[in-house]
Design a protein around this ligand. Sequence first.
Ligand code: NAD
Length: 482
Amino acid sequence: MTATRTALAWEYSPAPEATDHIRLKDRYGLFVGGGWRDAEAYEPTINPATEEPLAEIAHAGTAEVDAAVAAAREALPRWQRLPALERGKYVFRIARLIQERARELAIVESLDGGKPIRESRDVDVPLAAAHFFYYAGWADKLRYGLAGREVGPMGVVGQIVPWNFPLLMAAWKLAPALACGNTAVLKPAETTPLTALLLAEICQEAELPDGVVNIIPGDGSTGAALVRHPDIDKIAFTGSTGVGKDIQAATAGRDIGLTLELGGKSANIVFDDAAVDQAVEGIVNGIFFNQGHVCCAGSRLLLQESVAEEVVEKLWRRMGLLRVGDPLDKNTDVGAINSAEQLQRIEALVDAGEREGATRRTVACTLPERGYWFPPTLFTDVAPAHRIAVEEIFGPVVSVLTFRTQAEAIEKANASAYGLAAGVWTDKGSRALAVARGLKAGVVWQNTYNQFDPASPFGGYKESGFGREGGAAGLRPYVRLT
Ligand code: NAD
């Protein structure tokens, strides 16, 4: 059954971010050995809100992956010998340059990925700079952060990132790697390469020694070639669990460091003593932030039975106020779906939810004629075995389940192949701590959701992967201890 709600007739004047100062090149090559080189093949990157091409992007093949790894290998001894304090200064300079180019980076992130400018401007770009600042500070303190042992870099690291937070994920990968004295080959995702390529320009502006960072756009075949390259010392991957499993199999038996940051189906748990209005804001942030293209999205909403009806009604009313549309409009809450393929995946899972008997409500809003869009959607009458309760939808869709007791809440939250994050909404600190201890999730937020800080480690259990990014724990995968 499908119900719809028409968004309340609150008309805002459009507030589009100006883009006339953005100068994208027609074509971007590969950033290898400190300079730009041509590739054998190019692919367009498009704006998912308009389907218009933005630029032609190099697609790195096997020979180009070889060249990037060779450049990183050549740069390693000099970079490693540099006094740690000097290395830290380069990382700090990258942070400063991200701040200087923040407006441009935010606009390009929204153009290429479809996310609302409010989010790229206030979350993605400032957090990316914060990660470089944070790890710049660690560069000359590694021995203290890592139990007084001799610390050396892993060597040449291959880093593969997804499309949902393109610049931020690149920062999570590069900042600790550089601070620890590694050189890197970074592969951005195929649908969102632009901000990584602007980051290559920033590395040049920072006068980072040639070959310390190499950026090679491409698709899964480029990533697979990087993973299988015999001269790589460590792979850091963020992406889907399926590809993570492939990578684990491809690296098995090799003396190689591996961290996998994978998918999730995180539980957002609301107890009957929670402040309901605050919880509703947290639920909205948990699932509709970045169109739900968030690995730790609170996509399984667990409501205590006695407040379930009230929370659902307030949530549904709040959903009707979300503004869906032009990512570059500063009023927009929910932007474009990142690609046609992702839209198809969301539609298929939502269809499965209806077929399996859950009750669907979708906000009825006027969507732009071109581009990829999916309106905010809520499912009730969801059974734990339904696909929408089990599989990662990675879109603006929340599935509501209910529980009676604290023990049942913990059991239901943990009944997932994933273990990335969770939220607990309650008035009682003791209950929040007891529930957090019982949850098998890398991050547990109390009375909030989707809070990130470079000093705080992030990572998963079970099929959400292993290894931590952020904080002192985020240094560990990038060093060898002797
Ligand atoms: P994806 O696994 O399809 O792709 C991720 C990256 O891997 C892309 O750069 C892609 O080109 C590359 N790739 C694809 N096939 C490859 C292969 N065989 N070998 C090596 N590289 C390959 O994932 P996606 O659809 O881009 O991203 C969404 C997924 O990422 C979701 O599952 C989400 O939960 C996860 N994610 C996890 C975190 C985290 O920190 N745990 C953060 C963001 C996203």
